[in-house]
Design a protein around this ligand. Structure first.
Ligand code: GAL
Length: 437
């Protein structure tokens, strides 16, 4: 992110810390926060259950969630965990179901939301989730969550969710055998990537595996990052990079070219299907977040032998991140169950059980690295040393309306391949939903 943004994020953090200090004073920590408004008579039914909504139903994701539920069940044997996960990568289906439920006044107790604009620009803006400052104070989470993350889940001094992980979006997975057989080195720049994919294509290998539309948006954001560099990429979201500029045109040209190396049946493939093409040796590369690693491990594959990884070409030294977090609904039917769940989601034990399986690193800074495999250990090192940028597809940099306008423009572009028209539509999206005036 640009320094400007980080400075303002730090300012918000400082303000948050001040407000929390002012609220908490020097008094000893109070017992775990109880929702002040919950009448005592309702306490009994409220603490017997919790309904948790996510889109983690398969491919390494469900297994990670199950591991965290195991910790929950051991800690709270009297609270029934109702897993309301709805299938579909990146929450495309789940978020539609959630929106309908919220509109009908039927919220799950807690749901998965991405740190950043998705959380603040949608659920906080809509008055749909409760502030968790008391819980943060009682659990001491401000001491163990990354300082850079807190502003992305905060608004006006209130903290609104519990981050369970950090995922990396700009990962290029590859099949080491396919590269070796074709004499291709792992590319680090866009030009090297194109040259490698030309070689592979000439040899009759599918260079780049691709899936359904959200995975194409995911590819798009990583190519934008790889083409523009982190500073100009970050500037797209705060108005300091001009969407009409020649550098954006060049990035869109790169994206158009990248698409020429992909499989023709992408629209009908899930992200797991596309990852499988690489693992099976039917394609050389796939760009996907590191939940793919959770999937590879679930398939029993061996890192560095069955699959390799590198930053998407052009984005070496940049960690394009996203963070899954859990909320407390306004009007949660089971506030005590929800609070119990959030305590596990934010706990060291919960995160250490969840993340090594999910293919993410802990949001907490105190997890034991020895519990993680070689890929995730490398992600930890990069998270600590790289420049950090945010993901578009997974809620960090743009609110839902801007993201959906970009997605609509992308959908048209995939049909007509008209770079000029695509850029015009992206400019219009920034004007109507983003910082462009
Ligand atoms: C992301 C989410 C990840 C993973 C991925 C694929 O939006 O943050 O945790 O679930 O979708 O489904």
């Amino acid at each position: 992110m640009s320094k400007k943004i980080w400075y303002s994020l730090f300012a918000v953090l400082a303000l948050t810390a001040l407000v929390l200090t002012a609220c908490g004073g020097a008094a000893p920590a109070e017992p775990a926060a109880e929702a002040p408004a919950a009448p005592v008579e309702e306490a009994a039914p409220a603490d017997t259950q919790v309904e948790v909504f996510s889109w983690w139903t398969g491919g390494g994701e469900a297994a990670g969630l199950e591991a965290m539920i195991g910790i929950f069940d051991a800690e709270y044997p009297d609270i029934e965990f109702v897993n309301a996960a709805v299938a579909g990568g990146a929450g495309t289906n789940a978020r539609a179901v959630l929106a309908t439920r919220l509109q009908a006044g039927d919220p799950p107790d807690s749901w998965q939301g991405h740190a950043g604009q998705e959380l603040i620009g949608t659920y906080v803006e809509g008055g749909q989730i409760q502030a968790l400052n008391d819980l943060y104070e009682a659990e001491g989470w401000l001491d163990v969550m990354p300082e850079t993350l807190i502003p992305l889940i905060s608004n006006e001094g209130n903290i609104y969710s519990v981050p369970v992980n950090i995922h990396r979006a700009n990962v290029m997975w590859y099949n080491p055998t396919v590269l070796e057989e074709n004499g291709v080195e792992v590319p680090t720049t866009m030009d090297e990537w194109f040259a490698a994919m030309d070689t592979l294509q000439a040899a009759g290998v599918t260079p780049l595996a691709l899936g359904e539309q959200w995975t194409q948006l995911h590819l798009f954001e990583t190519v934008l990052l790889g083409s523009l560099g982190s500073e100009a990429y970050d500037g797209l979201w705060d108005g300091s990079t001009d969407w009409t500029s020649a550098e954006v045109t060049a990035a869109l040209d790169n994206f158009a070219k990248v698409l020429t190396y992909t499989n023709s049946d992408s629209a009908s493939l899930s992200w797991q299907d596309a990852s499988q093409l690489v693992i099976n040796g039917d394609a050389a590369f796939n760009v996907m977040g590191d939940w793919a690693e959770g999937y590879f491990r679930e398939l029993g594959k061996t890192p560095e032998t069955d699959y390799g990884w590198a930053p998407v070409p052009g984005s070496v030294g940049v960690f394009q991140f996203l963070s899954d977090s859990f909320t407390l609904a306004v009007g949660a039917p089971h506030p005590e169950g929800a609070e119990a769940w959030l305590k596990i989601a934010g706990s060291k034990a919960g995160q250490e059980a969840f993340n090594p399986i999910k293919g993410s690193i802990c949001a907490r800074t105190d997890c034991d690295p020895e519990l993680f495999g070689v890929y995730l250990q490398s992600a930890m090192a990069d998270w600590g040393s790289n420049t950090v940028s945010g993901s578009l597809t997974h809620g960090v940099v743009a609110n839902d309306s801007w993201k959906s306008e970009i997605d609509t423009a992308l959908g048209l572009f995939l049909i007509d391949q008209d770079v000029e028209g695509f850029q015009t539509a992206l400019v219009a999206a920034c004007v109507s939903s983003g910082p462009c005036q």
